[in-house]
Design a protein around this ligand. Structure first.
Ligand code: SF4
Length: 375
């Protein structure tokens, strides 16, 4: 017994059941992205997806039986999950983990599920609900250009069938940056998509990549991004940090000097400009990625914006030596938050390593390789 699982899901869907409704990315041209390079996009037939959902149901029934055999009364414990892994491999383990975490959330993969016909998606969502009535949240990724082509009525029918949130890779609200990165969407489509999703009662979550404009668009990128976010007002804004990944077109452009990445401190300055321009926006902002330097920049923009700006300002106001200390401690996993630097013992530990690396002329190189381990 097994079912198909795609390669990625948002961090916030770590404990969700993954159901693959399409394979790979239909666009696959964004210059910074390597996720689906070398793969072919395909739509999965509805019957095949329903067969996968049926398989998940069978596996979950078998896992309950394993639980009873282990005298766990049908509960899913770590021992049950491990036993499921031994019996049925990854598919069993995935379902066991999902059930262990409550079995209430589902994520539809891969990069642009809304490319399926609305009627097909409704059929899949209804079948999912029939098989798993306890599911309370179903989310998916979709491209803004695809969402903008759907009517609010179509999106509302998806909501009625159970689709509760759409994750959108916005990346930037600056048309020049979007065009340079070959994102295939425009600022106008991003606003339209957000408004339509909300009008249909679905929760939009937009992802922004800090530093995506490089040095050329260091000012336009955050200012225009804030404008689009103010227009779309997604329920959630999730910040990501630019990383130039080997094997991407952007890597080549960077090697040729056409794209000039920002330094970490410039990225934090850009984050400050973004926050300054998000006054009055009714969205919750999250920095839930390990590559983000200041992960504690998090909160509702209507009530916590000053607090978030304060974290950024505190970092930027530090002397050079201390900013480097924080970067090194954060990347090495010694610090999680800026306040962790107040721990004298931790600070001194990092300072010793910082001095050694600086003396060897390897500080920036080490910071960069520590960062790369998270890409
Ligand atoms: S649309 Fe998303 S998954 Fe597809 S290439 Fe662009 S960033 Fe990658």
């Amino acid at each position: 017994m097994s079912f198909e699982i795609g390669p990625i899901r948002p961090p916030s869907e770590a404990v969700s059941l993954l159901i693959r409704v399409t394979r790979n990315c239909p666009w696959n041209r964004c210059r910074f992205c390597i996720t689906y390079k070398g793969t072919q996009f395909s739509r999965r037939p509805v019957e095949e997806i329903k067969a996968d959902i049926t398989e998940v149901k069978r596996i979950s029934e078998r896992i309950r039986k394993i639980s009873h055999q282990l005298n766990c009364g049908g509960d899913i414990t770590a021992a049950v999950a491990n036993s499921a892994l031994r019996e049925g491999g990854e598919s069993f383990y995935h379902v066991a983990r999902w059930l262990y975490c409550g079995g209430e959330t589902v994520f539809l993969q891969d990069a642009n599920s809304l490319l399926l016909k609305t009627g097909e998606l409704v059929e899949i969502l209804n079948f999912l609900k029939e098989c798993f009535p306890r599911v309370t949240r179903v989310t998916t990724y979709a491209r803004a250009s695809t969402i903008a082509r759907k009517t609010v009525a179509e999106l509302a029918s998806l909501r009625a069938a159970g689709l509760s949130r759409i994750h959108v890779g916005m990346e930037s609200g600056c048309d020049e940056v979007l065009a340079y990165m070959e994102k295939g969407t425009t600022a106008g489509q991003l606003v339209e998509a957000g408004r339509k999703i909300k009008a249909a009662g679905i929760s939009p979550c937009y992802y922004v990549i800090l530093g995506l404009g490089g040095k050329r668009w260091a000012r336009r990128h955050p200012v225009d991004t804030a404008k689009v976010l103010a227009g779309a007002e997604p329920d959630f804004i999730r910040l990501r940090t630019m990383a130039v990944v080997p094997g991407t077109a952007l890597y080549e452009l960077t090697a040729r000097g056409d794209f000039q990445p920002l330094t970490e401190d410039e990225i934090v300055s850009e984050e400050k400009v973004l926050l300054e321009h998000l006054e009055g926006v009714d969205s919750y902002l999250v920095s839930d990625h390990v590559l983000n330097l200041l992960e504690e920049v998090r909160g509702h923009l209507l009530t916590d914006r000053e607090k978030m700006l304060n974290v950024i300002n505190r970092y930027l106001a530090l002397p050079d030596e201390q900013r480097l200390n924080f970067r090194l401690g954060k990347r090495a996993g010694v610090y999680r938050r800026l306040d962790d630097m107040q721990n004298r013992q931790l600070y001194d530990e990092v300072a010793v390593e910082q001095a050694r690396l600086a003396a060897e002329g390897r500080l920036e190189e080490t910071l960069s390789s520590l960062q790369k381990q998270f890409i």
